[in-house]
Design a protein around this ligand. Structure first.
Ligand code: OFO
Length: 166
């Protein structure tokens, strides 16, 4: 059985993963309609991964004697000024999620809940990879600057990075 505190933290994390999925789906829609096909593929796939993260938590809650609640979500931001803005806000979002996972792990340690701690370690590794990937995409976009032909080529490359942070 989960403690009430850990149960609530995991339930809050379900909402954060669901919100990540919706946020990246809205970003994918923006990219898809602005001609960034590669970025759109990357973001559609990233959105799917976040849904998987949400599902993994939901199943864990259900298997540990709780009943997960499927959360209501606010509509995510849908307009962006550039691909750079998209990936900067993706990185900001991931940093918030990492902090949240970190505090769940701290709570698990305080309560000697080693099973949930062990389960959450997978998320920690995942966050590290996602932050690194977003950082490297932002770095490349900085190098590209206003060079539209390089941006075109990088967009193609982005499609191949789909799933790389998984
Ligand atoms: Fe779920 O890994 Fe990002 O948010």
């Amino acid at each position: 059985m989960l403690s009430k505190n850990i149960e609530q933290l995991l339930q809050d994390q379900v909402k954060k993963e669901a919100s990540s999925s919706q946020t990246y789906l809205a970003m994918a829609c923006w990219a898809d309609t602005k001609g960034f096909e590669g970025a759109a593929n990357f973001l559609y796939s990233h959105s799917d991964e976040e849904r998987e993260h949400m599902l993994k938590l939901i199943k864990f809650l259900n298997e540990r004697g709780s009943q997960a609640t499927v959360p209501a979500l606010d509509a995510p931001k849908k307009d962006f000024s550039s691909l750079m803005e998209v990936f900067k806000s993706l990185l900001e979002h991931e940093i918030i999620v990492t902090a949240s996972i970190n505090s769940i792990i701290t709570a698990c340690l305080q309560e000697n809940d080693h099973l949930t701690n062990n389960f959450m370690q997978w998320y920690m590794t995942e966050q590290m990879e996602e932050e690194q990937l977003a950082q490297s995409i932002i770095g490349k976009l900085e190098m590209i600057g206003s060079d539209t032909s390089s941006l075109y080529l990088f967009d193609k490359e982005l499609a191949g990075l789909a799933g790389a942070g998984n």
